[in-house]
Design a protein around this ligand. Sequence first.
Ligand SMILES: C[S@@+](CC[C@H](N)C(=O)[O-])C[C@H]1O[C@@H](n2cnc3c(N)ncnc32)[C@H](O)[C@@H]1O
Length: 382
Amino acid sequence: MGDFLYDEREQTKAKHDLLRRYLERFAYKILHGYGAADFIDGFSGPWENKDRTRFRDTSFGIALETLNTAAANLAEQGKPARVRCIFNEKDTAAAKDLADFVERVRPEFPRVEIHALTGSFEDNAPQIDRLATHPFRLVFVDPTGWTGYPLEALKTVCRGRCELILNFMHEHIQRHLYHPSEDRERWLRAIVGDDIAAEFAGRELPAEDIRAAVLRMFKTELRFVYACHSPIEMVEKRRLHFSMIYGTSAADGVFVLREVEKKALPDHEWKVKDRRARGQLSMFDDEEHSPGPYGAMRSRHLEDLPALVTELARQTKDAPRTFKRFAATVMEKNYVSPTEIKEKVGELAKQGLIEPTWKTRNEKARVPDVGDLIIWIADEIN
Ligand SMILES: C[S@@+](CC[C@H](N)C(=O)[O-])C[C@H]1O[C@@H](n2cnc3c(N)ncnc32)[C@H](O)[C@@H]1O
């Protein structure tokens, strides 16, 4: 798609690249497995889009195109699937633009049942939940600031088999919620629940701590098995603009997320550097040459990988787990791939520290496959 739609909106492009790529993979996997899925866009806009006719630079435009194409391809392969999109927008003018667009393009997306709702996500959560009757949901929460998605609304919408992508407005939250105040405490209680909020009361809070609390909330309150985040860098300053937070209960969800991130984020960080290099923004020299947050963290995680794999493998001594679960646990917090983890496990097996269970499946196999058990057999000398 023409990059001109995202001129000076690099962060939005990165967010949309992640969403499009994730949706593509999600659609084939979930529609193939369950035959039907709901996509719920709780804060759908339109918002600051440049394409006023096709809305290709909006989350709902991207969802319609991607999901309709996936369903059409599956139908061609003899695997018909049902897709429903539920778009929700609070601002009445934007909601009217959304509804007009939906009415105009409905015939172009015949594989998708489309609903456009007006009202706040919080107020409409029960209606959204009633509409979403398919066996799997993907929920996208992309607010303008840091309000509008209280825990109770998320709990209402994130039920059953579900995944959630939440845009955590890192920069805004850092700027507005660092200092303790009554408003901040109220916000924290609404977002992460009373118990987690109580731990933070009265403290200065960097956005990383709040993000860690939201990640915890995804697991303790929303019951996702895995909660991960992807960093989207600001153009203007060497800081995070967004953290895209993902909740999933499937190891495959973690694999897909890390894979799409590896495709979308280096490109974003390259574009950010390019804009700075073109002299449109001044940076200190060392900042100009250092990698972006994704690149920096990925290098660190690769460096740490031998230690991480060893530590987690040692924990499997009493509770062996499949490679799939093992890898998803490593990848929940680290920007690495299953192939990179397999190589490390293979090396530990060569050193006699992990049982090469995969040899019983195929004696020539060098590394584990998803279903092979990871079993720690020895403690390292000293
Ligand atoms: C960042 S924009 C969404 C952009 C869109 N998801 C995209 O990627 O193209 C946030 C939208 O949420 C709307 N909004 C703000 N508060 C809301 C609320 N409480 N419930 C639903 N929508 C809300 C705003 O009017 C705005 O259109």
